[in-house]
Each structure stands twice: as C-alpha cells, then as structure tokens.
Design a protein around this ligand. Structure first.
Ligand code: SF4
Length: 197
C-alpha cells in the first residue's frame, strides 16, 4: 500500500532553519551613550519602524538580547561596563558599531575616549557617519541578517574563533598605555599589548 505524502513537502537543513528564525527575530541591546543614540531611537520610531525587519524588541537586559548596538562614544571608564554587557549576552550574538565615535573615536582623539570599540570587543558591522541616518542603521541590520543567514550554525560553531577583538592593533604610545592600564575582564583575551621599546 502506498503511503500518501502531504501535498507540500519542505526540506531544509537544521542550520538554515535556525538562521531563518534568528535573523528575523533579532533583539537589540541598545548601548546608546551620545547623539547617535537619538538616531537609534528614531530608527525604532514610527517613521522608520525597525519592526518591519523584526528587530524592534529592544531590551535593556543583556541576557535577553542577541544584537548589541553601540551608538555613541565610549570612554575608557565605561569600557568595562560595555565588555561586561557583551559577555552577559548569550550566544549567538552579534555587534553593530554605530557612528564614527564607536567605530574610531570620531573627532574625540583624546586619551579618555576609546578609539574604536573593535579593539576591545568583536564587531560584525560598522555604520559610518556622524551621526548615521536611521536608514543606514536599517541597512546594517539587513546586512546583519544576510550575514546570519550565510554564516550561522545551530550550535554556534562560527563563534569559536570570535573571542578576540577584530580591530587594528594599537599603534601609538597613548593607546598602548591605555590598554595596559585597563582592568582585564575575564573571558576576553585582549589585554596583551606588546611593550614599546
Ligand atoms: S558619531 Fe557624531 S553623532 Fe555619533 S556620537 Fe559621535 S559625535 Fe555624536
């Protein structure tokens, strides 16, 4: 006796199914410290409506989030807080660096401001601008979704090599000193600057 199949059969990989669910239900953790934060808020508002892309559920508890959005400048005193929030977010998790300040320190080339958060935490997507428009942030979220779809795995195999920051190594004496003086955070292997001769 032939066993009847339903009319529609859908085959996929488990990884692909997980990626599809993850990319369409990103829960952002807003780390808004300055003017870029206003643009982040505008992105969630009715005119731009990031809910169209399934990423409107902003949470202020890192344990509920999977997309860290750093919007604004980060100072050295605030850096351990940012790192702790990143570590408290469960895997799989991703990070968007929004605006010139978060990406490079922006116009604040001073000893107190972090010259790019990617020197201290991993960053997946950079949004240029001072400040970036909400459309740029939406474009970054869409690219983030494509990246998740392309590279995600059910058990997070893509994160095995992702415990280190992705940014350039420090190149000036002040930067080296700041790194040396920063308080190490357990779980992030980033405080090993080479000594200046
Ligand atoms: S990039 Fe420009 S708008 Fe954004 S926090 Fe820095 S100064 Fe403000």
């Amino acid at each position: 006796m032939a066993v009847g199949l339903p009319e529609n059969v859908f085959l996929t990989r488990l990884d692909a199914a997980a990626n599809w669910a993850r990319k369409n239900s990103l829960w952002p953790m807003p780390f808004a410290t300055a003017c870029c934060g206003i643009e982040l808020m505008a992105t969630a508002s009715s005119r731009h409506d990031i809910a169209r892309f399934g990423a409107e559920v902003m949470r202020f508890s890192p344990r509920q989030c999977d997309l860290l959005i750093v919007a604004g400048r980060v100072v050295m005193k605030m850096l351990p807080v940012l790192q702790r929030i990143w570590l408290q977010m469960p895997e799989p998790k991703w990070c968007i660096s929004m605006g010139a300040c978060a990406c490079t320190g922006g116009v604040f080339d001073t000893y107190a401001v972090v010259q790019g958060i990617d020197r201290f935490i991993p960053v997946d997507m950079y949004v240029p601008g001072c400040p970036p428009r909400p459309e740029q942030l939406i474009a970054a979220v869409i690219e983030m979704q494509e990246k998740i779809e392309r590279t995600g795995t059910l058990n997070g195999r893509e994160f095995v090599v992702r415990t280190k920051p992705t940014g350039p190594p420090p190149f000036d004496v002040d930067e080296l000193r700041r790194r040396r003086e920063a308080v190490p955070v357990e779980g992030l292997e980033i405080y090993d600057p080479p000594r200046v001769q």
